[in-house]
Design a protein around this ligand. Structure first.
Ligand code: GCU
Length: 600
């Protein structure tokens, strides 16, 4: 297909073709809080084409130019309605056998009808998650591009939408040394629009975001609320109501935003906790002073305080031990696509372990996880995929990581279940990494003054000590250690713990070993359930001797797909699960962990 000058040659020689698609980013600056909003789903069957050479973006297929400048019909290389259809949301790898290992660019397209309901309404398009670089086109126009596989993004399409519309999306799942994560990870790189897509109608001036939380000052007597309109010139008032607390407070908007502190009588507030996951209905209204339409949003928010003191973690003033387990978004038939039932069954399995906490590794999980965890009383560690050796010296990589962190925090900071933001996992202690990740920690605190910041750090194996310069930027030091597995000399672990005096809570955020379900043998036979069980017993015995361990999350609840794991027991899976990938068969180590948490 020729470019819009009808010059076929221009496309195939344009090495810098991607530049134009990074001039309009759909990023955290435009992210809307959509909780409680009416949405119109675009999920379902979309036409789909495998675009191995990214030709759609090179040749501007989205412009749908069928004639050259002389008005003569020109051949095109795409055929929207003739393409086979694929499900949205879905990980394309599990939709068709030939797509199992596909990591390139997939082109999705569908039509949709839009009938305006209110003359001033605006229309937004929202993606909950699409891997990795997603370029969106509507009615022949480029809308914008989002980087990052696990965080939401939206676009204002008010000026582009018609009655009959065609949307085209190029989802490029390629791994790259400059992306976040980079090209080498210990999990399967699923591709596609794997989370929901929908439309949202909003007033001309609307409430873009809100953040309502208990002030963590140890008195449980003050709620802070920040309200932001999608306009920095709108005048008027904001009204916040929490009926069950008898709160109804107005505040004038300045430059489209307002912040207020709301006193709560001590003892009046039923604090949120795993034992009592109390949620309050919160309603926020925009009362314009001019002709703009009013807007109202509602949310269900739990109020709780999470703090550290010395080497201990306190929830609502009471010491808490984080009894958890790690979890990937990985399913035998759904890949990285989550469902409400999968989330609820994982929480049931955690509770069967007598756990109260999940480490959602290594990237932001589906937004429903934190909402359901709020209801079910589960504490969460949420993480951005600054995993292993990302390009710490590359400014574009930092911008991408910081944007994904901001999108995660803006999406979930009203969720009481989330207590920890993690800025990464297992990164060598270098100057570039220290600067990169301590800046991420600062960014997290600038967006949220009510939670703890952590990261999965590495032990200093030469000194046999917990020592990582990033720890100064963290509230909790996460430690991944595999003594008894990757390092068979288990005797090092107690020495390390005895040698260290971190002065902050340490959470052992990964330990474990592989076992194939049903594989039996001696406690020394690798990949047997007996070896895995023995390893857990040794680890737990050691944890019990260490006062500054404030929580544990063994790696991992379920076996998961992993292209790096190719021996006869793994067969393309990481087998460190306490439960097999079938999400049913519990291994012997499951019961060791269950016994430990039951005693806690
Ligand atoms: C690492 C890493 C995990 C990985 C695990 C393993 O610590 O954080 O993503 O799967 O170890 O080796 O199984």
């Amino acid at each position: 297909m020729s470019d819009n000058k009808g010059n076929y040659q221009a496309d195939i020689h344009n090495a810098g073709y991607e530049q134009e698609y990074h001039e309009k980013l759909l990023d955290s600056a435009g992210l809307i809080n959509t909780v409680g909003r009416e949405t119109e789903s675009l999920n379902g069957k979309w036409n789909f084409g495998v675009d191995l050479y990214d030709t759609c973006r090179r040749a501007h297929w989205h412009k749908d130019i069928q004639h050259n400048e002389a008005g003569m019909l020109a051949p095109v290389d795409y055929d929207w309605e003739a393409w086979e259809r694929i499900t949205v949301p879905a990980s394309w790898n599990l939709e068709r056998p030939e797509l199992h290992y596909f990591e390139g660019s997939g082109i999705y397209t569908r039509t949709f009808r839009y009938i305006k309901q209110d003359k001033d309404e605006r229309l937004f398009l929202r993606f909950e998650g699409s891997a990795y670089e997603t370029s969106v086109f509507l009615n022949g126009e480029f809308v914008g591009t989002h980087d990052g596989s696990s965080t939401p993004f939206n676009a204002d399409i008010s000026g582009l939408v018609k009655t009959e519309n065609r949307i085209v999306v190029a989802a490029d799942a390629r791994r790259s040394s400059l992306r976040v994560p980079m090209e080498n990870t210990d999990w399967f790189n699923y591709g596609g629009i794997y989370r929901s897509v929908y439309l949202i109608r909003l007033p001309r001036v609307f409430i873009k975001d809100w953040f309502v939380r208990l002030v963590p000052n140890g008195t449980f007597s003050k709620i802070n609320a920040d309200i932001l309109l999608d306009s920095d010139t709108a005048a008027g008032k904001a009204l916040i109501e929490i009926p069950e607390l008898g709160i109804r407070q107005e505040v004038s908007l300045q430059s489209g935003k307002a912040s207020l502190g709301i006193p709560v009588k001590p003892g009046q507030l039923k604090l949120w906790s795993p034992e009592t996951p109390k949620l309050y209905d919160v309603k926020i209204s925009y009362i314009p002073s001019g002709t703009d339409a009013a807007d109202t949003v509602s949310d269900r928010i739990g109020f709780r305080e999470i703090k550290t003191k010395g080497a201990e973690i306190f929830l609502n003033g009471k010491k808490v031990f984080l009894k958890g387990v790690c979890l990937h978004e990985d399913h035998l038939t759904l890949g990285k696509t989550a469902t409400e039932e999968l989330i609820r069954s994982a929480i049931r399995d955690l509770k069967e372990l007598h756990g109260n906490y999940f480490r959602l590794a290594h990237y932001p999980h589906d937004s429903r996880f934190a909402k359901i965890a709020d209801e079910e009383g589960v504490l969460l560690w949420e993480e951005v995929p600054v995993y292993w050796a990302v390009a710490f010296d590359n400014p574009g990589t930092y911008k991408d990581a910081e944007n994904q962190l901001a999108e995660l925090i803006l999406r979930d900071r009203n969720r009481a279940s989330v207590i920890i933001w993690s800025v990464g996992n297992e990164n060598a202690d270098t100057e570039d990494r220290l600067s990169f990740m301590s800046n991420l920690a600062k960014k997290a605190r600038s967006l949220d003054d009510s939670r703890l910041v952590s990261a999965a750090c590495l032990i200093n194996h030469d000194k046999l000590k917990i020592e990582d310069r990033l720890a100064d930027s963290l509230d909790i030091i996460g430690i991944n250690e595999y003594y008894g597995w990757y390092d068979p000399d288990f005797s090092k672990l107690p020495k390390i713990l005895a040698n260290s005096d971190p002065g902050k809570p340490v959470v052992i955020c990964e330990f474990g070993g592989d076992a194939r379900k049903g594989q039996r043998g001696s406690v020394d036979d690798l990949f047997t359930e007996d070896k895995q069980k023995r390893l857990y017993e040794q680890q737990i015995e050691t944890f019990k001797q260490c006062a500054y361990i404030a929580g544990t999350t063994p790696w991992i609840l379920y076996d998961f797909r992993c292209p790096r794991r190719l021996n006869r027991y793994q067969e393309g899976f990481n087998r460190k699960g306490l439960i097999d990938a079938d999400r049913k068969t519990r291994k012997l180590a499951f019961y060791v962990m269950q016994e430990y948490y039951k005693e806690q």
